[in-house]
Design a protein around this ligand. Sequence first.
Ligand code: PAF
Length: 288
Amino acid sequence: MTTQLTRDAEELKALPRAGRRAVVMTMGALHEGHATLVREARRLAGPEGQVVVTVFVNPLQFGAGEDLDRYPRTLDADLALAGRAGADAVFAPSVDEVYPGGEPQVRITAGPMGERLEGASRPGHFDGVLTVVAKLLHLSAPDVALFGQKDAQQLALIRRMVRDLNFPVEVVGVPTVREDDGLALSSRNRYLSGADRATALELSRALRAGAAAADGGAAAVRGSARGILEAAAKLEPPVLLDYLALVDPSDFTEVPDDYAGEAVLAVAAKVGTTRLIDNVPLQLGAER
Ligand code: PAF
């Protein structure tokens, strides 16, 4: 199948459509995790429908001192991977194409959920994410949009935006793809040296230990995961923990010790010069 590359919003809007359209939004530097999203998009769109992959490194969601300039840009490889996974079209616009009026004056505000965890560490990040997701939804007009559960807070906020602002789209979350040794796939993994990567494995190890302690309740989950991260803080290079949180997936507030129901154990840490996030969904106590 040939995958059409378009950089132009009008051209994207003019793509012929039949059946269902599924969109996978990315910032490029595609890996097997993205390929899984595209394959699932293909399945949901069906042979008659279309799969559109967007590739856009969105300046609005990067803070000062973050990795906007060094974020990997690998469009040729992205196009090939998207095509192999079943995409019909790749929309890779320039910054001017997405923000023709310069920095947008009017933006989506992520609200309180957007100020917790990732939002506390990266002020304004989720406003930038939701603003571009809203724009890309308008431009690509999909029936279904797929996002990875690796960015669990982002996924929860997109679901919330779609519900609160009546976007006519179904949002589908796709489970995190991991290397055999547990490392969650991420475009930022390419920044890791061999030693960084060995240390980075402690994040998924901590999450697995936390999940394995779920029968003991929230305190046991936090304690198990924290124990591994405390030991990992003494490695070389160390895990420099930003947060470890056990949260309610509907609003990303910390759950109490007697909590029963679905939860997300989330971690963010710096290893070497790279900031990594990971999470695992789990069930605590009796189902509510
Ligand atoms: O998850 C990402 O890659 C980005 O945050 C997204 C959703 C493409 C918006 O820029």
